[in-house]
Ligand binder design. Sequence first.
Ligand SMILES: Cc1ncc(COP(=O)(O)O)c(C=O)c1O
Length: 483
Amino acid sequence: MSTEHETRAPAAPVTDWAGFDFDTRQVHAGAYPDRNSGLRVPPIALSAGYVFDSFDDQVDRFAGRELWRGGIGLTRGADPAAGVAAGVDGAAEDPLGVGEPAPIYSRQGNPTNAVAEDRLASLEGGTAAVAVSSGQAAISSALFAIAQAGDHIVSTASIYGGTRILFGRSFKRFGIEVDYVWDADDDAEWERAIRPSTKAIYTETIPNPRNDVTDLRRIAAVAARHNLPLVVDNTVGTPALIRPFEHGASIVVHSTTKFLTGHGAAVGGAIVDGGTFDWEAADRAGRSFPLVTAAPRPGLGSLLDRFGDRAYARAVREAVVNDIGPSLSPFTGFLLHQGMETLSLRMGRHVDSSLRIAAWLAEQPEVESVDYAGLPSNPLHAIAERDYAGRTGSVFGVTVRGGVDGARAFVDGLRVFSRMTGIGDTRSMIIHPLSSTHATFAPELNERLGITPGLLRLSIGLESADDLIRDLRGGLDCVGRRG
Ligand SMILES: Cc1ncc(COP(=O)(O)O)c(C=O)c1O
């Protein structure tokens, strides 16, 4: 005799992770059990293209009519009667109801990367994400979908050196001008910088090397007043520490090379659509965003009409990444979605160690100053407390006595920290910004940015904080000997 419990069909696996906790979503969101193979870990889908079922299927796909997400484990057009497993819900097409056109070629999208994209969109609280080949590609693609020759962008002044170089060289060559606001709390400075041709405001969470966090909500209010999308680089913050959409951002970009992939092995980037920016209202207010709001060709609606709150992400994928081609290798996409599974755990450790090490460094006689907003003595501590619960990442500056000679002695005295460019690795790293990331800037600019001869950037890894402190002590002993 069988009980009701015994005869009940097994529960269907979860396919929509909305409403689950962050720690659950970082493990599961974007991945679906594969009914065909039984694989639990989403595999690396190394295929440059996709087979068309028929002549008409090709026609439909190129016309953007066939809808399907292309996630691993979801079988397009599956026919159970023909012995092919159906998607998790048994639905043949568009099983997640998200209405993405079926992919044609891996330059536009790939199932492995789609796992990473959906997972990151979930963690950031956005509507869709697009993975690309580097952080620089993410920043460029995000902004190229918004601005074109003759347009203008306003950025906060303290941003990653490579982004400043990108803006000052390639963006300038392409006819997009970038101006900087030095005091993000000064509304008058924003008002002076914003022009009729301005198309975006750009900023970062936890800029490096100075850990000089900005008041995102205040910047978002400026952007909203001017119908401008606020683009935020959340590479150093990560969604484990701060989710810029909750503070008014419209678009988030990442260098996934860093904490998201997490192990220093693979260069990548991503753009996340917050889904809340009102592109039509901006259009009406005279700020046009044709890639999102205009019909791409007669007979086809605008991306906004067709994709709603994911229209911007679609513009990035269709009109920028597909044209220019900074696509992410599925191999790197795999490392990214796997890396994100442990994001909150790693960030917890990174920050716990950073808080201890920053406080310890601040007390050492060879140290002039420590730039870590998580320290109560830091002038930005109130923002750090309000927006980051005092946990402003693991990338910060330390200035040693003795200028460049002191910096050299300190760096060369370290044995556990790696002397290298990069942040957000499991391994701790150190670099001298003035002679590396900021080496091409005019001395007056570096002075204004606070990039002084004795300043070093630390990226605290996952080693034991005790071992790292011992290593730093050894480096400081060398400064002392020189001094
Ligand atoms: C804040 C930030 N954004 C973007 C980038 C560029 O990323 P990628 O090196 O992946 O191109 C970096 C690199 O250090 C970064 O620190």
